[in-house]
Design a protein around this ligand. Structure first.
Ligand SMILES: [Zn+2]
Length: 338
């Protein structure tokens, strides 16, 4: 089969490799319908994470089950499935509290930028659809596997409520999904912080009511002006840089929550500032599995269209161009047709 390997920064290749096999009785094998490149794949691609051996890339997936291990009971060959990028048993205490991304058996999905993939912990990770989905829904179902679920978690963790004012920091794919989630959860005002025209347009389409193009102190001043100097009721931090976290703390009103889903790189928090800000913070890798049943229903009922976040669609064989386009910010997110 064809699969994607990252050999070194900037060196991502599509190549022939053996098809995966069932290694544990809790595994499933799927034939991918589509897969994609994640913003987090760009960290090793850009050399920010060390690459020792070729990495078999890809953790976002949906497709058809082709085989299951002897202990798998909830999915069977022929079913179309969507799963989280975090693999979980969905039975341990953390899973039962809704934090499947901290499952005691947690693994992270790999090898999904391929024609076939092995999904460990299939029973606790995958959701099977009743019927094969319409082809035009596949991008949205794929988005549910990571980027939509992560934006949704950011809005949930920030405690977006009907009528509230939410601010979304970051206009990458996750930030845009955060806008969509805040809109679905009933926010009256959604302020998207974005400097890029195409991303602003998509944010508006997903429900943003205001766009703030300024950054840093100017961006903070603009949000404070829009909120009568009170600050936001809910802040979604979808970047992970010190500047983004600093902005989040500066615009969150006392008593509000910051949902942070950008993987922190160099973020340091000051205890006294946190103490006097009186804001709460909840973040981490998104427990996508908690939200998947609801998100899949919204997609199948065509109430949301997260698949629009893919502004580049290419065959899997051209995966290297997908990485390049996202690295150069020519694309928000690249979908790979298998
Ligand atoms: Zn668990």
């Amino acid at each position: 089969m064809l699969g994607t390997k990252l050999y070194a920064p900037g060196d991502v290749r599509i190549e022939e490799m053996p098809e995966p096999t069932i290694l544990k009785p809790t595994d499933a094998l799927i034939r991918l319908a589509a897969t994609c490149v994640c913003g987090s794949d760009l960290w090793p691609y850009r050399g920010a994470n060390k690459v020792d051996a070729p990495l078999h890339m890809g953790h976002e997936y949906c497709g058809t089950v082709v085989a299951v291990g002897s202990e798998v009971t909830s999915v069977k060959p022929g079913q179309f499935v969507v799963g989280s990028f975090c693999l979980s048993d969905n039975t341990c205490p953390h899973c039962r509290f809704g934090f499947q991304s901290s499952c005691v058996q947690r693994e992270f999905m790999t090898g999904a930028q391929s024609e076939f993939a092995r999904v460990p912990l299939a029973d606790g990770t995958l959701i099977a659809l009743d019927n094969a989905p319409a082809d035009d829904l596949i991008p949205s179902l794929l988005a549910a596997s990571d980027v939509l679920g992560t934006g949704w978690y950011a809005a949930h963790a920030a405690q977006v409520q009907p009528g509230c004012t939410a601010v979304v920091i970051g206009d990458g794919a996750v930030g845009l999904m955060g806008v969509l989630a805040a809109q679905q959860m009933g926010a009256a005002r959604i302020i998207a912080m974005s400097r890029h025209k195409a991303r602003q347009e998509l944010a508006l389409e997903y429900g943003a009511t205001h766009i703030v193009t300024e950054r840093g102190d100017e961006g903070v001043a603009k949000v404070r002006e829009l909120t009568e100097q009170i600050g936001a009721d809910a802040v979604l931090e979808c970047v992970g840089t010190p500047q983004a976290m600093d902005q989040a703390l500066a615009i969150a009103r006392p008593g509000s929550m910051i949902g942070y889903v950008g993987v922190p790189h160099g973020v340091q928090l000051d205890g006294q500032r946190l103490f006097f800000s009186q804001t709460g913070m909840l973040g981490g890798p998104a427990p996508v599995r908690r939200f998947l049943p609801r998100l899949i229903d919204l997609i199948l009922d065509r109430k949301i269209n997260p698949g629009k976040v893919f502004d580049l669609e290419i065959p899997l064989a051209e995966v290297a161009e997908g990485y390049k386009a996202m690295d150069e910010r020519r694309a928000i997110k690249a979908l790979l047709r298998v």
